[in-house]
Design a protein around this ligand. Structure first.
Ligand SMILES: [Zn+2]
Ligand SMILES: [Zn+2]
Length: 189
């Protein structure tokens, strides 16, 4: 089992214990993660991902809720019920998504910092949660990229531009600096 699946199984076990009050065994948790991704078993999942190990975008697709429900009905002494399949799917997606680099939250609505195309796995990126993005937690936006793309403060130069747009435009700092834009944007999304 590669790290991303291990992390998702661990997250599922922790959430189940804290929020559902049930203990899911390690084997069951790994099989539930596999089911959420549409696989019959953890072994089948592992076989398919032998070459591709830690895709950070796995949590962005919908979970296969019926596969989770089917698995639970086939389980011996399941810790959870088929009616909890949708919830389990959401927890698995949270666990498959990279944790927020600022606060550590695992949430499927986390997103990568900087200019990263969805699905880009070419290099490892830091991800952040929406709460940290909203709270301006050492994060900033680039005047050119707009409010959707969030950067570390240190990755934005004194003209308010990212590495990609550095030197491209000659903004007047006093007139263009709009510290509210980040907060406003995230309050509405
Ligand atoms: Zn966060
Ligand atoms: Zn930019």
């Amino acid at each position: 089992m590669t790290d991303v699946f291990k992390a998702a199984a661990g997250h599922l076990r922790q959430e189940a214990e804290q929020n559902l009050g049930v203990r899911i065994g390690s084997g069951q948790a790994h099989n539930l993660v596999a089911a959420a991704l549409g696989y019959k078993s953890a072994a089948a999942l592992r076989a398919d991902f032998r070459s591709c190990c830690d895709d950070p975008w796995l949590g962005q697709k919908p979970a296969n809720v019926s596969a989770i429900a089917n698995l639970i009905t086939r389980m011996q002494e399941p810790a959870v019920t088929p009616s909890q399949a949708a919830l389990i799917g959401e927890i698995v997606l949270d666990g498959l998504t990279p944790a927020c680099a600022i606060c550590g939250t695992m949430d499927r609505t986390n997103f990568p910092l900087g200019n990263v195309e969805p699905g880009d796995t070419r290099k490892e990126h830091e991800w952040t949660c929406r709460t940290c993005a909203k709270n301006d937690n050492g994060l900033d936006v680039c005047h050119c990229c707009g409010p959707i793309v969030i950067f570390r403060v240190e990755d934005i130069d004194d003209k308010g531009l990212c590495e990609m747009h550095k030197g491209e435009f000659d903004f007047d700092l006093d007139e263009e600096r709009d510290a509210e834009s980040l907060i406003e944007y995230w309050e509405n999304h």
